[in-house]
Design a protein around this ligand. Sequence first.
Ligand code: COA
Length: 174
Amino acid sequence: MKIRQATLKDADAILHLINLHAEMEQMLFRTREDVRAHIRDFLVAEKEGRVTAACGLSFGPGSLVEIRSLAVLPEYYRQGIGTALVNKCIAQATLAACERIFVLTYAIPLFEKLGFRIIDMDQLPDKIWKDCQGCRKQDHCDETAMIRNLVQVAAGRGPGGESPQINFEPSNVL
Ligand SMILES: CC(C)(COP(=O)(O)OP(=O)(O)OC[C@H]1O[C@@H](n2cnc3c(N)ncnc32)[C@H](O)[C@@H]1OP(=O)(O)O)[C@@H](O)C(=O)NCCC(=O)NCCS
């Protein structure tokens, strides 16, 4: 399995993943235009040449980053793909010097295993709720907000030009 940055060629596969789960009321529908406009925010997991999963990383406000639209094709559930994508998000957010990463989710056990903890939704900044406009559950959201602190890494590379070494184990939660 390979995890990589999405390209426009992946837009339809990402849209399918999102809207398949939106039909199951597990996330919000997104349009093709929206996915294409935010394609650089998406990671995809590829297995045997097929896009099997995707998720988005949405930066801001401040040093907060959100994992969005995490979805795995049902026939690939429980193979560690969701975990691998979230770990990649954690790694990218850490390297981008984000301080905290959060998610609104129904998949509590997955995120707990990766060091996220449940917080009250009121603790999240108002700005993040703009995406909820239009959601029929806007006033009675039944997702759970979960957050994880990120380890701060020193900027720059090692003497041999190597990337900074980061241990993304949940035990690193601050
Ligand atoms: C949630 C989702 C992304 C998990 O993807 P996945 O690749 O199956 O997850 P993993 O195989 O990495 O599972 C890791 C752990 O998460 C937990 N987990 C995953 N799916 C679970 C489920 N349906 N019920 C209970 N625990 C679950 C388990 O603890 C699992 O570890 P285990 O298999 O060793 O028991 C996938 O089921 C999905 O796309 N669901 C629909 C959309 C959704 O809810 N997305 C989350 C929005 S943030």
